[in-house]
Each structure stands twice: as structure tokens, then as C-alpha cells.
Write a protein that binds this ligand. Structure first.
Ligand SMILES: Nc1ncnc2c1ncn2[C@@H]1O[C@H](COP(=O)(O)OP(=O)(O)OP(=O)(O)O)[C@@H](O)[C@H]1O
Length: 243
């Protein structure tokens, strides 16, 4: 069972050292939480600290001060990794392996038997609509197909929490819709989603709550239900980041 607050940032600070004299401040007192079963979208201008926040949550980057929990545990602990799926902005799949080979590997890592793994692969190929290219090498995939393949890989172990960095970037409208539908289906099954994106239309369409990050902190959190249309979100965004 996941806690009611599967993701929590409390007063998180992060500064990168660029060289011996220069530092770059990414997060300044970042606090927010994501509730069980919601889709939470983070938007914000370039350099606001969105990727740094996700990287800390996944344990790729260490925070300087504050605390972060995911699935009630410290980032990157073995028990929390079983609950978490992650899709990077530019997923690193092996160009010379097929999608089936990737998924079989995910099954082995997740401890599935070969029979259970075969069944799960079939389900996922159907879900991401890639059964027809299951045995093609990833290097022959388009950007949209690669994104869906990576999503299948991230979902293999049925994580309760899905983290996505710019999941729709670079996709055409059909590819975007497919990825959005997969995320929405996954959420309807009771799972929690946190993602960051620059595409306000998509954020508006799929999120329960939207956090606007600016200059390393969470400036405000909006309930999607209170935003009448996409223009409205754009206006709030621009007002927030130009303060
Ligand atoms: N590895 C790094 N080394 C040094 N500085 C970094 C590093 N990663 C990020 N930064 C700095 O931290 C700040 C926040 O960057 P971050 O990538 O988290 O922002 P972002 O909101 O994800 O931006 P974008 O929308 O452009 O992806 C920026 O000033 C950036 O230059």
C-alpha cells in the first residue's frame, strides 16, 4: 500500500558546482506534494528547476538540504524502485535490440517467469499499439514509436507511480494523443503520475493539479478544474514567470 502522499518535497535546496569559482542554483526551498491517484503536472520556464526536481526524486542527483520521499521512502531505495516507473525525455533504448528483447529484459529484471513475462509483453504491445513492430530493432523506430516503446518498458513491472520528463515533446499530434491516452489509462487504474512539460494544452488536458515552478521554487499550484481554458493557463503562466 502506498502512503496518501506518494511524492513529497520539503524545503529542498540544490546548487550545482560548475567549476571551482562558479555555482548554479537550481532549487531554492522547493516544497510540494503529489496525492495518491492524481496526475500532477509541473510547468515552468527553461531553467526553473523541473528536471533537477525529477532527478532528485529518482535518486540521480543528490539534494543539498531538505527532504524528499517517494512511495514513503528515500529516492532510489530498492523497495521504492519496485513502485516507480520512469520515462526520460530522450529514452536510452538499445538501437540494435528489438522491442521484444527490451521487454524480455525488463521482465527478467522484474523477476517475472518466462511465461508471465510473455503474457505481460503481449499486454503491453497491445496497450502501446506496437505489436506489429515488436520484432523490429529500435533503430528503425520513429520518435513517437520509441517514446511508446520506452513507456512500455517503464510500465512493465506495473509501478504505482509514474514519473515522466517531457513525455510528449517532439511528437506529432497522433503520437501525442497515443501517449496521453496511455498515461490517462494508467491513471484511471488508480496510479499516480508526475510529469513536467512545456506543452500547456496537454498539461491542461490530463492533469488534476498543475504546479508552476519558477526560479527554483514552486510558485503556485492550480486545480485544473479552476482553469477555464488553455488561454487562461497561458496567461497565468506568463504572469507568474514575469514577476
Ligand atoms: N548538471 C548541471 N550542472 C550545472 N548546472 C546545472 C546542471 N543541471 C541543471 N543546472 C542548472 O540548474 C538550473 C535548473 O536547471 P533544470 O534543468 O533543472 O531546469 P528545467 O526547468 O528542467 O529547464 P528546461 O525546461 O530547460 O529543461 C539551471 O540554471 C541549469 O543551468
Amino acid at each position: 500500500m502506498l502512503p496518501n502522499t506518494p511524492i513529497q518535497f520539503e524545503h529542498v535546496f540544490k546548487t550545482y558546482s560548475i567549476d571551482i569559482h562558479n555555482k548554479s542554483t537550481a532549487l531554492i526551498d522547493l516544497s510540494f506534494s503529489v496525492k495518491q491517484g492524481e496526475v500532477f503536472g509541473i510547468i515552468g520556464p527553461n531553467g526553473a528547476g523541473k528536471s533537477t526536481a525529477l532527478n532528485i526524486l529518482l535518486g540521480f542527483v543528490f539534494l543539498d538540504k531538505g527532504s524528499v520521499t517517494i512511495a514513503g521512502k528515500r529516492p532510489n531505495s530498492t523497495s521504492c524502485n519496485l513502485e516507480v516507473g520512469y520515462l526520460a525525455e530522450n529514452p536510452c533504448l538499445y538501437r540494435n535490440l528489438t522491442l521484444t528483447e527490451h521487454l524480455r529484459f525488463a521482465g527478467t529484471v522484474a523477476g517475472y517467469s518466462s511465461v508471465a513475462s510473455r503474457k505481460r509483453i503481449e499486454e503491453l504491445l497491445f496497450q502501446v499499439d506496437l505489436a506489429h513492430v515488436a520484432n523490429k530493432k529500435i533503430r528503425h523506430f520513429s520518435k513517437g514509436m520509441t517514446q511508446r516503446a520506452a513507456l512500455a518498458y517503464a510500465l512493465f513491472h506495473k509501478p504505482k507511480i509514474l514519473i515522466l520528463d517531457e513525455p510528449m515533446s517532439g511528437l506529432d499530434p497522433v503520437g501525442r494523443k497515443m501517449v496521453i491516452d496511455i498515461i490517462c489509462d494508467y491513471n484511471k487504474a488508480g496510479n499516480t503520475v508526475l510529469f513536467c512539460s512545456h506543452i500547456l494544452t496537454d498539461v491542461q488536458r490530463i492533469c488534476d493539479r498543475i504546479g508552476i515552478m519558477n526560479k527554483g521554487k514552486m510558485d503556485q499550484i492550480l486545480n485544473s478544474i479552476d482553469i477555464t481554458d488553455e488561454k487562461n493557463l497561458e496567461t497565468i503562466f506568463i504572469q507568474t514567470v514575469s514577476r
